[in-house]
Each structure stands twice: as structure tokens, then as C-alpha cells.
Design a protein around this ligand. Sequence first.
Ligand SMILES: Cc1cc2nc3c(=O)[nH]c(=O)nc-3n(C[C@H](O)[C@H](O)[C@H](O)COP(=O)(O)OP(=O)(O)OC[C@H]3O[C@@H](n4cnc5c(N)ncnc54)[C@H](O)[C@@H]3O)c2cc1C
Ligand code: FES
Length: 284
Amino acid sequence: MPIVHKGTVVDVKKVGSYFVLTATAADIPKDFKPGNFVAVAIGDERSSLILRRAFSIYQVNDRGVYGGTVDIVVSPHGPGTDYIANLKRNDPINLVGPLGKPFSLPKDPVPCVLVGGGYGAAPLFTLAEALTARGCRVDFILGASTQEKLFGMLEARRISTTLSVTTDDGTSGVMGRVTDVLPDVIKKSGAAVVYACGPMQMLKAVSEVATLHGIVSQTSVEESMACGIGVCMTCVMPIIGEDGVTRMLRSCVDGPAFRGDKVRWDEVGTIPADTWGAPEIGGH
Ligand SMILES: Cc1cc2nc3c(=O)[nH]c(=O)nc-3n(C[C@H](O)[C@H](O)[C@H](O)COP(=O)(O)OP(=O)(O)OC[C@H]3O[C@@H](n4cnc5c(N)ncnc54)[C@H](O)[C@@H]3O)c2cc1C
Ligand code: FES
């Protein structure tokens, strides 16, 4: 069960374009699984920014001098993310978590490719550790528009068999997109699963490459969220079920990780007409 935790900021570090914030988080680390996220309150009880903001959990620590702590990676670009990036050591912070369904792990020790776009790499490092503990080979691909927006290169190199890097402008690694190198990494590693987190267009493209190679993908989506706990339906996405029927699923509780080939990427933000329970246009 997710808990509300009134914590304290332990540290905020600038890393490239991002800020890595560590906060005390009581029992969140004990219940955490790779792919979970936290919802962070913006400002105090009198804040006009009433909606919490969602952040993938990057690292957890359930020992140490602070008891449980949680790390998140923040890309400042709006009032909520700016607020968090400007927090200082010892400031109060209010978190709800762990939220969301974690990534599914393969039953057998199969090779896996992990693809992170920008700060989307954040949830993949604990996933890599969990996969490695199961005996899975892990190959990493990190991509971003430019070098400053790559996240976690050293860590990815440490934990993976190979690391491939792409940037749109060629300032680091191969000039291009993660999907330019993905087919080669899949072939060389013999991957059976691709895990990806990053912008929606990247997830769509990664899912298409995985399907083309006959392997499964799990994509962690970043749909707009309001409540984060399944009650408001802000975050719904059209997902095809095992029975072939599309349903609008809540990415905060049914996701954020979905099978890539089950997401109707081109219809995200709409309710496709053949969705279960969709309103009939012109009907009675
Ligand atoms: C599962 C998940 C994991 C994420 N992980 C990270 C991460 O690791 N690092 C990171 O930097 N960002 C992450 N994000 C994105 C981050 O939550 C947003 O960038 C952040 O909410 C932006 O807040 P803002 O005030 O700075 O920007 P703004 O863009 O000004 O505000 C966005 C906020 O407005 C509200 N909102 C927007 N659209 C709607 C709508 N249609 N209906 C209702 N409310 C709406 C939401 O509360 C939203 O959070 C993640 C998002 C999700 C869903
Ligand atoms: S954000 Fe409210 S149901 Fe998902």
C-alpha cells in the first residue's frame, strides 16, 4: 500500500541537466520494486499547486543513517519541477509511494536490453540490478537530444555487458536515435525482452523495433497524472487486452509499465471507437 510520507530533503545534486534529490522516505524503500514511482507535493499545505507531480524512483536505501531514503531525478521545466530542483538540504518534502505497477521480470535468465531516453533512464538502474540478480544479461542503451541530457552513463557501464549511447546532435556516442542502434544490440545480445522508459515517441519506436525482431517490450509511459492513485482517470491510455479488446487503462495503477505491442500509440490521448465502453458517436 502506498503511504504518505512527510520527509526531509537529505541532498540535491546537479547532474548534467538534471537534479538528483534524496529524501527520507520511511518505509517506501522496503515496499519498492523497480518501475514504481512517487508523487511529490509541490509547496506546503497553502500551495496553489494542488496536484502532486510524479517521479520514477531512481534509487532507494533502506539502511543508512537516515533510515529509508529515496532518490529521484528531476528535469526542471515548469513550476512543480522547478520547485523541487530548488529545494535545499533539511527542507520538508511530502511524498506518496511507492506507486504504480512495477516492471515484470522474466521467469528465466534471458538477455534483456534496457533503453533510457534522457531522465527516463532513472528507473532502469534498479531494474538492471534485479535482472542481473536473476542471472539475466543486461545491455544498456542511453539516448538524449544532447550530451548534457544523458543520464547515468557511468552507472550503466558498470552494471551492463555493453553500453551504447546516442545523441540527436552527435555530442556523445552515435549521432541519431536509440532505435538506430537497438536492432544491432538485440541481435548481438540475443535479447528476449526490451525494457524502455522515455518520451512517448521513443517508446513507440522501441516497441516497433522489438515487435519486428519478434521479442517482447515493456514500456514505462509518462502520461499526465493528477491523483496518481487510480481515482481521477486523467492518465488513461488505450491498451489492448489478452482478449484482443481495447480498454482505457489507468497508467498510474495499471501501469506505468505496459507491453509495448499492446499500447495503441497513435491513439494515446483519444478513446478509439472500438474501445470497450466507448461512447457511441451519434448513438442513443
Ligand atoms: C510515471 C511518471 C514518472 C515520471 N518520472 C519523471 C522523472 O523521473 N523525472 C522528471 O523530471 N519527470 C518525470 N515525470 C514527469 C513529471 O511528472 C512532469 O514533468 C511534472 O509533473 C511536470 O510538472 P511541472 O509543474 O514542472 O510542469 P507543468 O508541465 O507545468 O505541469 C504538469 C502538471 O500539470 C498537471 N497536468 C498536466 N496535464 C494535465 C491534465 N491533462 N489533466 C490534469 N492535470 C494535468 C499534472 O499535475 C502535471 O504533473 C514523470 C511522470 C510520470 C507520469
Ligand atoms: S492519475 Fe488519477 S487515475 Fe491515474
